[in-house]
Every structure is written in C-alpha cells, then in structure tokens.
Design a protein around this ligand. Structure first.
Ligand SMILES: *Cc1c(COP(=O)(O)O)cnc(C)c1O
Length: 364
C-alpha cells in the first residue's frame, strides 16, 4: 500500500542521543553525562523564572528585546545582531537551513558535536568529517577539505566531547583561509570554562567579518538547560537571513526572563568558573595519577582514555560507575570507543566520581 514517504535522506539522519539520566533500580543517581552546570543556575534566574505566573496567557514579544540587550551589554555586542534560539542548537539548525541544501557540503571535524552532521543532513547537504590531529581541530586539514561546494564550516571551540581547543591565531588563520562565501560557525558552548590565555570564542570574528557566526548557550555554565535558550551573533546580513527562518515565538517568556537574569548575574558565573577550574585541576591530577591519558581540559568535562582491551576498558569502567549510581557518557558514537566523557559536578558528585574511578582502576 502506498504510504507517505519522507524526503530522500530523511531516514539517513542519525537520531541525536542525549546523555542518560536513569539507572534501573537506582533512586539517586549522579548524572555527569550532559555537561550541565555543577552549581545550577543563578538564584536570580530562578527568581525571574518563578515570577512569570501573571503573564502565562501572553505571547512573548517576538524578538525578546531585554534578553538581546542584556547579552549585548555583557558581551559588548550590538543587540540588533543577536538572535536567540531554542537552545544554541536552533541557531546551528537555522544556519544550515539558510546556507546549505542538496549538493552542498558542510565541514566538521571527526570528533565534533553530533548535531552538525544531523543538521547538515536535515537540509539535504553532505556532511564532511575532517580528520583531527591529536583529537584537536586541524586547521590545515579543514582548509584542504574545502571544495567549490563547501557552504559551512562548524567548529566547537572548545570542542565537545574532546575538551580541546584551537588558539585565536589558528581561528583567525582558519577564517582567512576560507573563501568569503563560506560561513564559519564558532560554537562557544563551553567558552566560559576555557582558561587558556590564547583562547578566543569567535565573538570578535563575528563582529568584524561578514561571514562568521558565533554561538553561545544558556545550557552549560548558566545552568538553565531545561529552558532551552541559546544565541548567536553575526553580521546583520546573516542575522537577517536567520530571522526569516526562525519560528516567531521560539523562546518562551519564562526562558527569556530566566536567561536575562542569568546573563546579568556575572558574579554567579565567576563562582561557577572558579569551581570548574578548581575541580578540573583535581580531576586531571587524580586521573593521570591512575595512569589514564587525558587530553583536552578546557571545558567542564574530562575525557580519560582507558586501555583498549583487558579488564580496564572504558566499557568496564562505565559499568562499574553505574553500580555506584554514577552516569557518565560513552563516546563510541564520536569515534572515541576507549574514552569516557565525565562532566565536572558539584563537590560531592566530583569526589564520588573520582573515588569511584580510582576504586575501579585499583581493583584486581
Ligand atoms: C551542549 C552543547 C551545545 C548547546 O546546546 P543547547 O541547544 O544550547 O542546549 C552546543 N554545542 C555544543 C558543542 C554542546 O556541547
């Protein structure tokens, strides 16, 4: 019997799989699988969120002026060149919808965030995975992969799930080496955690060039992942294209109110940064002390690599951690079968995690 058929390619799109949050039979889990905020949101964001009861029957103002102004103020950006989305994921999606289609190529790196491939495929474009060097973006490899069909290059800096980054000079060299009609997207989901002195989140490039989009999220350090808010900034011409494609009321009023309060509370962000830097240092030292290889440490997670065979594999460690109620992230799907991605949690969670990994490594 005839039945509706999705467009060609739709059924080839991999399903995005988020970090797990439950273990069967365990009532209190420690969830370190989605890089959520260790300290939660600013109390001011929570207060703003709970303040919306009187306006629930109203549509949001379409382009969320207070939120864009707050973002502009904190980051030194023109609010007219800021677009908000249902998570920064939506901005990444809009860029694909605006600039790529069938026959076009969208470049990302081999261990890049899975969403880039998914959104490239969703518009019928061809995702091109470019090899990394030491699980880090290789600018020369990206430039060598460019063809006349290339429309977009996605780069998370720092990257998830590797935690590695490229310095400002490399980012600038990448932009300069790409054709002017290619959109470079610098995804700064973890920008606030990065402590490297030569780091750059792409905001300057987005301000100064006509072809760079920088994105940020409220889901990670800002701690309001549940509300789904992210944003991007770029030249007015790009923002104008994305604005035409987004849904009219894509960010709900509660989300706008919480995000506005969250971005204005930079004191809370400083605390969260200090917490992350402290525990990143502890985690790196303790995990290396167990003989594990660690590379990127510029976000809010670590990615220890385990032996490929024998009793101490990543899969065995994952199973062991689950018996302790701890959920981390398997990253086989990212081409990293021997690693586990472990988010930095609060004091108790991170201590429990590191103790458990140590117990696993020390058991016979
Ligand atoms: C978590 C994450 C995002 C943010 O997603 P939201 O849709 O804003 O919640 C974007 N990029 C990367 C690399 C991430 O890890």
């Amino acid at each position: 019997m005839a039945q509706p058929q999705p467009r060609p390619g739709v059924m080839d799109i991999p399903l995005y799989i988020g970090g797990e949050s439950k273990i069967k039979g365990v009532s209190r889990v420690i969830k370190l699988s989605s890089n959520e905020a260790a300290l939660g949101p600013s109390p001011k964001a929570v207060a703003a969120y709970t303040d919306v009861q009187g306006v629930l029957s109203r549509y949001p103002v379409g382009d969320y002026p207070p939120l864009r102004e707050a973002i502009g103020e904190v980051h030194g950006l023109d609010p007219a060149r800021v677009i908000c989305g249902c998570g920064s994921d939506e901005i990444l999606n809009l860029v694909c919808r605006a600039y790529a289609g069938p026959g076009d190529e969208v470049i990302h790196t081999t261990h890049a965030f899975a969403i880039y491939e998914i959104y490239a495929r969703s518009v019928g474009a061809t995702p091109i995975a470019v090899a990394e060097k030491g699980i880090t973006t290789d600018v020369d490899a990206i430039l060598a992969a460019v063809t006349p069909n290339t429309k977009i290059v996605f780069l998370a800096n720092p990257n998830n799930p590797t935690g590695t980054y490229i310095p400002k000079a490399e980012l600038t060299r990448l932009r300069a080496g790409l054709r002017e009609d290619i959109v470079l997207v610098v995804d700064g989901a973890y920008a606030e955690f990065c402590t490297a002195a030569d780091y750059d989140s792409g905001l300057d490039l987005a301000r100064e060039t006509t072809n760079t989009v920088a994105t940020r999220t409220f889901s990670k350090i800002y701690g309001i992942a549940a509300l789904r808010v992210g944003w991007g900034t770029a030249a007015a011409s790009i923002i104008g294209a994305l604005e035409r494609l987004r849904a009219p009321f894509n960010v709900s009023i509660p989300a706008q109110m919480a995000a506005t309060a969250a971005v204005l509370d930079q004191e809370h962000i400083k605390k969260a940064q200090a917490h992350n830097t402290k525990w990143m240092g502890v985690a790196v030292q303790r995990l290396r002390g167990l003989g594990l290889t660690l590379r990127g440490n510029q976000a809010n997670f670590v990615l220890p690599e385990f032996p490929a065979s024998g009793p101490k594999t990543a899969a065995a460690c994952d199973a062991f951690l689950r018996t302790k109620g701890i959920i981390v992230r398997r990253v086989d799907g990212y081409g990293l079968p021997n690693a586990l991605r472990m988010s930095i949690g609060n004091d108790e969670e991170t201590t429990a995690l590191l103790d458990a990994v140590e117990a696993f490594m020390r058991q016979p």
